[in-house]
Design a protein around this ligand. Structure first.
Ligand code: UDP
Ligand code: MG
Length: 325
């Protein structure tokens, strides 16, 4: 019996491709994908997400949508690559979902390899070992980012930025993506306890169209990393993050103030012009504010989980009387 889910008939494999002004790439990409996917002998779909392109991308996609294996999702405006992935995940019907760039920098020939690996692992990340991008603008920031993300999140991958990744359905269906978060999916998914593997993939230089990113992406990635780390470690216990710093600051401030007060009261020294007084007061105020932020965070964590009936754990399955649910 064919299984149905909320989006219709289930498939073995969904390919999700975000496209923003890639009119020259759409047709060559489709032409390269088709023989690979047909040759795999699986029930598949290609989900093209047009991220508000202002060129002929959508027009070209309309020509492809006659293929029953092609799904075209159209955004009203440009929402960014992460949003395009999120829409693709929401509408994908595949047991395995593979994402890739729409500019043919990823090689469709790598898809069968990733698909096979995804039978054993929840998440398979591509690694562009021979990356064909400019060194200073791309490869260097990316090397630093991969090192830092690995250190901070504890999930070490060679190539977080590689779009060619395979996911088992339940990994992405639980995911909520914001900002530029798509590159952090392996780190976020690790919180769910998924198994992660890495495979080397081929990378090509961009032949047609323009890259959509510059160096400014580095700052965004860094800020997102702070968010991911905080959510990963403290989202259900923010007071544990703000509290210790707040207590330390308040205690130091109190000590300084007491010391100054003793000097004033016992020795009659004037303390009005002492910089230390300023520091003492500042530390007390900052400390109390940090504790207050921690408490506010605790309240927010409750609102977040309870209003959405979102548990603070993720289940794999429950077994009772020999039956799974
Ligand atoms: N992309 C998108 N929305 C955006 C920017 C990019 O859907 O706002 C798509 C783009 O069309 C391409 C992929 O994301 O398919 C990767 O973009 P790009 O090749 O510019 O990134 P790079 O390879 O230079 O890191
Ligand atoms: Mg590219």
């Amino acid at each position: 019996m064919e299984k149905e889910n909320a989006n219709g008939k289930e498939k073995n494999l969904s390919i999700v491709v975000p496209l923003y002004n890639e009119e020259e790439n759409v047709k060559p990409l489709y032409a390269a994908l088709k023989p690979v996917l047909d040759g795999m002998g699986v029930d598949y779909e290609i989900v093209f997400v047009d991220d508000g392109s202002s060129d002929g991308t959508l027009h070209t996609l309309a020509g492809l949508s006659a293929d029953p294996n092609v799904v075209v999702i159209e955004f009203r405006r440009n929402f960014g690559q992460t949003a395009a992935f999120a829409a693709g995940f929401d509408h994908a019907r595949g047991e395995v979902i593979i994402t890739m760039d729409g500019d043919l920098q990823n090689d469709p020939a790598d898809i069968p390899k990733l698909y096979e690996m995804a039978k054993k692992y929840d998440l398979v990340s591509g690694w562009r070992k021979n990356r064909k991008d400019p060194f200073i603008k791309r490869k260097l920031p990316s090397m630093a980012a991969n090192w830092l993300i690995g250190k901070v999140t504890g999930v070490r991958l060679h190539d977080y930025g590689c779009s060619l990744k395979a996911y088992r359905k339940d990994v992405v269906k639980n995911l909520r993506l914001y900002g530029e978060m798509h590159r952090f999916i392996p780190a976020v998914a690790n919180w769910y306890g998924v198994s992660v593997a890495e495979v080397e993939t081929t990378h090509h230089p961009r032949l047609r169209g323009k890259s959509k990113y510059g160096l400014s992406r580095t700052v965004k990635v860094f800020l997102d990393l702070i968010t991911v780390k905080f959510l990963q470690s403290f989202s259900t216990k923010p007071i544990q993050f703000f509290g210790p710093v707040g207590l330390l600051s308040t205690a130091a401030g109190l000590l300084i103030s007491l010391w100054l007060a003793a000097q004033k009261i016992l020795m009659g020294k004037s303390i009005g012009g002492r910089p230390l007084l300023l520091l003492g007061v500042l530390l007390i105020i900052v400390g109390i504010q940090l504790i207050g932020m921690g408490l506010l965070g605790e309240m927010l964590a409750r609102v977040y989980h309870e209003s959405q009936k979102k548990p603070i754990y993720v289940l794999k399955k429950i077994t009772s009387g020999g039956k799974n649910s």
